[in-house]
Design a binder for this molecule. Sequence first.
Ligand code: GDP
Ligand code: IMO
Ligand code: MG
Length: 473
Amino acid sequence: MGNVVVVGSQWGDEGKGKIVDILAREADVIVRFQGGSNAGHTVVTPRGTFVFHLLPSGILSRGKHCVLGSGVVIDPGALIAELDQLAERGTKVGRNFAISQRAHLIMPYHKAIDKAAEKAKGARRIGTTGKGIGPAYVDKMARIGIRVGDLINPERFREKVESNLVEINGFLRHVHGTRGFTAGRICEEYLEYGQRLAPYVTDDSLLIHKAMENGRRVLFEGAQGTHLDVDLGTYPFVTSSNACAGGACTGGVGPTKIDAVLGVTKAYTTRVGSGPFPTELSDEVGSGLQERGQETGATTGRARRCGWLDAMVLRYAVRVNGCTALAVTKLDVLDEVSELKIAVGYRFQGKLYREMPVDLQVLENCEPVYETLPGWAGTTTGVTNYKALPVEAKNYLRRIEALTACPVSIVSTGSHREHTIMLDNPMMYTRSRGARSRMGVSGAVASRRRLPRGEASRLTTIRPVVSVTTKAE
Ligand code: GDP
Ligand code: IMO
Ligand code: MG
């Protein structure tokens, strides 16, 4: 019961780290299920700010098990650096940490290929983080990947590295004109990492299964976001893993074990790297959001592109993830914006799109159709009580619920833990799992914990507030 998947519903950096850190208090096990050190999840605590790239954001909560699942691609050097930095800041990781034996390793040649491929693409580059993510997943699918389990078997590891380098060095030298790698050097470095990480290596599927059997709550932490998912995102401007909720299940946890899916959503939209972004603002409103939201990448330090909230993006995320609730973050950043816009459709070549188009050509060239809502005169910054929000801010949240047909369970009004309005804790959400009835599946009906206050259950039919305009106007 209470097994929850947290995903980003936009293009990453929605504030997943903050939300996972908070929900971790109610969880027993926290599992990062995909991606690698391309992620940067920020957790602000009284002890200072932590940015996690690989470690689950629940690692700061005492007495919790933290797991790197089989869908994660692990740069062992980066992981050890993160563990060491954490230890220096007073959090020692021990038996509460586990790494999947099946997780694939990021090798030095993956980073070299990532950078060389981006350079070769020129103007059509993806704008990757350069962490070797894509090439590591390519090797996994090509069945030449090297897994964490291999790292603790020196003979097998050496054989695999030597065999891979025959092809990879040829590719690097002849296609990209860069230097190759020597097996000896890689083995020396990586086998040392292996010794250090060996105590944590385990069969994560079994660990999670046993935890669930014992009634423990498991929180799955997604990295990146829905629209960066390799299958469901704005391909090819995506990452190379399944960042959507389904990705939590490819690691050996069946979909029937998941109780709830929480989509984390910024109150506006950002994107790092290349790719379509229909509501992007290149004016002073966009730069205002960038500045007030401190929208600088936690991993690469690049400025994030900023724009209006896009309900097309969110509605799609709710659909493909099966979101049971949303967490809306960074509402406070909109405090000084006098008029707010939400995209509710796209117009392209005379056609009005009401659902997220699959065709990139549409996304790259469409005009968003906007609804305009009034901003608020008061402040939401640091507000911890829903009732204390300005009425316009409540209307903005209600409009998000109506446009996505998904309730908002959490509202975040600042980067600190306490700057949070918890309307309905997703960790308390359980699905009954009764036996199949002869008439159908009786147990699959979701049972939502009743909210203490009528006000919190707010899926309403609020009207579009002011007017509908297009980008050109
Ligand atoms: P993640 O990758 O989804 O975990 O998000 P990031 O950590 O990359 O980026 C989110 C940024 O916004 C971090 O700097 C957070 O500290 C910050 N943040 C999270 N929630 C809020 C909020 O409600 N208000 C403000 N102002 N900042 C927030
Ligand atoms: P978190 O978990 C935002 C983006 C990169 C690039 C594309 C592919 O912090 O939300 P990759 O290195 O994965 O091959 O890059 O994906 N990207 C992210 N953008 N947040 C992230 O993670 C991201 N991880 C990758 O900028 O456009
Ligand atoms: Mg981030």
